[in-house]
Design a protein around this ligand. Structure first.
Ligand code: 5GP
Length: 120
């Protein structure tokens, strides 16, 4: 599978500092920031700093350091947002997954009781 990365996507612009964001956590490999249209009291997006379009792209091509660094950011975000009662992580992917922004991102949603995973 070919993964074509568009460096004009909105998260690439956030990583370059061209668009502001409300940063929750950052390390060498990942940036975590508040979703602009939160769907729960906690709604954070975690993105790798590398140019990966999707979870499967990241899982296939990111280095071990990038993958560990990303997951360390996940751990930090869960600590910072205090989602001890639980949360949902979502990685919408391509058309069937209804992915809007073509830079891999993990949603962390929590802070309230969520509904069942799929509505349809
Ligand atoms: P997707 O549908 O691709 O899984 O999720 C994209 C997410 O990015 C949406 O939840 C949307 O609200 C969020 N988003 C889109 N544009 C921006 C932006 O400019 N800044 C921030 N912080 N979030 C954005």
């Amino acid at each position: 599978m070919e993964y074509a990365y568009d460096d004009q996507n909105i998260f690439a612009k956030i990583l370059r500092g061209e668009i502001p964001n409300k940063t929750v956590y950052e390390n060498d490999y990942a940036l975590a920031f508040e979703d602009i249209a939160p769907q729960a009291p906690v709604h954070v997006l975690i993105i790798p700093k590398g140019a990966y379009v999707s979870l499967d792209h990241f899982a296939r091509d990111a280095s071990a350091e990038e993958q560990v660094g990303f997951m360390q950011a996940v751990a930090e975000v869960c600590q910072i947002t205090d989602v001890k009662d639980g949360f949902r992580s979502i990685a919408n992917t391509r058309t069937h997954g209804v992915q809007d922004v073509p830079h891999y991102h993990m949603h962390i949603l929590g802070g309230r009781q969520l509904g069942r995973m799929l509505q349809d």
